[in-house]
Write a protein that binds this ligand. Sequence first.
Ligand SMILES: NC(=O)c1ccc[n+]([C@@H]2O[C@H](COP(=O)([O-])OP(=O)(O)OC[C@H]3O[C@@H](n4cnc5c(N)ncnc54)[C@H](OP(=O)(O)O)[C@@H]3O)[C@@H](O)[C@H]2O)c1
Length: 340
Amino acid sequence: MLRCAVVGATGYTGMELIKILLRHSGVAIAALTTRQQESIPVHQLIPNLVCKTDLVIRPYTVQELNQAADVVFLCLPHTEAMESAAQFRRAGKTVIDLSADLRLRDAKTYERWYGEKHTQPVLLKHAVYGLPEVNRKRIAQADLIANPGCYPTAAILALYPLVQQKLVDLESIIIDAKSGVSGAGKKAKASTHFCEVTENFSAYKVNSHQHTPEIEQCLSGAAGRKMRVTFTPHLLPLERGILATVYAKRKPSVSPQRILDAFAKSYKNEPFIRLHPKGSFPSLRHVRYTNYCDLGIEADSRSKQVIVIGAIDNLIKGASGQAVQNMNIRFDFPEEEGLN
Ligand SMILES: NC(=O)c1ccc[n+]([C@@H]2O[C@H](COP(=O)([O-])OP(=O)(O)OC[C@H]3O[C@@H](n4cnc5c(N)ncnc54)[C@H](OP(=O)(O)O)[C@@H]3O)[C@@H](O)[C@H]2O)c1
């Protein structure tokens, strides 16, 4: 059995990881950590696990964790995760970091968008961006995996075939994305409490969201040139889910059928991508609590816009499910283990 530790297990992504790892036949949960002083029974935090597990979440020392675990999932806020990642890598552990700390290859770009100093720039050279549909071969060899952000997962998967095969004008890309409130984590904030969010719908961080450089970095890799995108996030009055509607101008020489064929071919063997048939589009209800990214494509529009709609559960394919998918690839488990 592969021994797993979840650091930051009381947060939203940590709680989802506990549920997924308990269903996985090849792993044992070796440690669940919190900074809080007292032990917290898992079923107290996740009541639908009552009578299903005696696991507790408690404070651990780094030494205890190094002895207990082979793989460490970091479910910590950004800037908190980088030091932990360095410690666990020094001890030879495989680290899967769900925060943004290791996703950008350039420390200066991180500092510009996150407004904090990057204290572990050397790690950025070794971290592999954990988007299986793009990087599966590298993930299989990686000991430091930077799990993608939730918006980037939905946006990149909706755009990748178009950009990689240069089927659209690369200057024309617009990402209009909407997220449920759990995307902001568990800590209470004025902007995300019930009265602010309920019966409301609004844009935020227009053209300035910190996931922008992550999307651009991955798409630039696909295009083989520097890419810029327009990205507008919105907050939905829902607990979970991301719906990203992306727009790009089809090149005059590219037929609508070629666009559809590109998606079909690129994602033919992907266990967690579901392509909707022509004229049908995804919705959040059908991806909730799943590791699927559902995509619907409209390539025929009079305006020559290609419109792709991508839907994911931000806490599963956008975080903990994708982290387990990465672990499965890295440790040669069936890719869907624990995730169906
Ligand atoms: N939520 C999403 O949809 C999503 C998607 C993709 C990626 N992510 C990323 O994944 C990471 C975890 O996200 P999350 O939504 O699970 O966050 P969260 O709900 O806020 O949980 C983070 C946990 O980290 C622990 N922690 C340790 N040091 C902390 C500190 N200095 N300040 C606050 N908490 C601290 C806390 O546990 P104790 O108080 O018990 O110690 C807390 O429960 C973040 O970096 C986030 O950006 C989140």
